[in-house]
Design a protein around this ligand. Structure first.
Ligand code: 4HQ
Length: 252
């Protein structure tokens, strides 16, 4: 998979992309990342990429010509899916990550300043994506978030394929709790079933705890989740319990 990124701060990318899982995936040729400086696509001596907004008001706007030149140049010879990182975009989730990972080439546009000239969107952007409802100073961290999440989906990048399948969200539920040594710590003991060696019982416990965690922390995920028989039974129990706690309705 090839991922390109356009930014005025290319130096933000390399240390992150050279480290750990992504660094190894790049060494092994599973993903290629090409980070380019938008200023290399300006044509003036001062390499200016911004200007005052038409209509007035505060802040600076990134001008269209360097973006359009850069995207066209980096797209020549291939046809990457062109993604603009922006709070106006559709929110990134696991389904979108998998969809993006299925594309052989991605080009990520990382803006700075108040905004980018609207014509960049119209001319050279296929999709606008946000990593969440908050405002950052640039699209670089969102691009790195996207690169890391997408890389994990590329076959071979995560050595243990089962850990991607088991990942929280891939099943539509949050993760169950995890424990490692020591067996008792500050008066808190590891649940006994995990020490039992009974693999079927451990699996049942994990499924139940995953559902419980999701009901407690992210109940909005439960309707969309693919539940096992054990989890459907647990859900019925949880619903019966909460029904029993409710005050009876008006007339009753
Ligand atoms: N940005 N998800 C770039 C974001 C953002 C987000 C703000 C993008 C500033 C220039 N991008 N502009 N949230 O906050 O993707």
């Amino acid at each position: 998979m090839w991922i390109g990124a356009l930014t005025i701060f290319p130096e933000l990318f390399e240390p992150f992309l050279a480290t750990s899982l992504i660094g190894r995936a790049r060494e092994r040729g599973l993903i290629a990342v090409e980070v380019r400086n938008l200023r290399d696509f300006t044509e003036d001596r001062h390499r200016v990429v911004d200007d005052e907004p038409y209509g007035g008001g505060g802040g600076m706007v990134m001008t269209a010509p360097p973006w359009v030149r850069a995207v066209r140049e980096l797209s020549a010879g291939h046809s990457p899916w062109r993604v603009l990182l922006s709070p106006q975009g559709r929110r990134l989730d696991d389904a979108k990550v998998q969809e993006l990972a299925s594309r052989p080439e991605l080009l990520l546009l990382c803006g700075r300043y108040e905004a980018i000239d609207e014509r960049v969107r119209e001319l050279v952007v296929d999709e606008e994506i946000s990593i969440g409802d908050y405002v950052l100073s640039g699209g670089e961290l969102p691009a790195l978030v996207l690169i890391e999440a997408v890389s994990r989906c590329v076959p071979g990048v995560v050595q243990q394929a089962s850990s991607v399948e088991r990942d929280s969200f891939r099943r539509g539920l949050l993760d169950h709790p995890h424990y490692t040594r020591p067996p008792a710590f500050e008066g808190l003991e590891v649940p006994e079933v995990l020490l039992s060696g009974d693999h079927a019982a451990i699996e049942r416990w994990r499924e139940r705890e995953a559902l419980r965690a999701t009901l407690a922390k992210r109940p909005d995920l439960v309707p969309g989740a693919a539940l096992s028989a054990e989890q459907r039974a647990e859900l019925a129990r949880a619903r019966a319990d909460s029904e029993a706690c409710k005050p009876r309705s008006g007339k009753g």
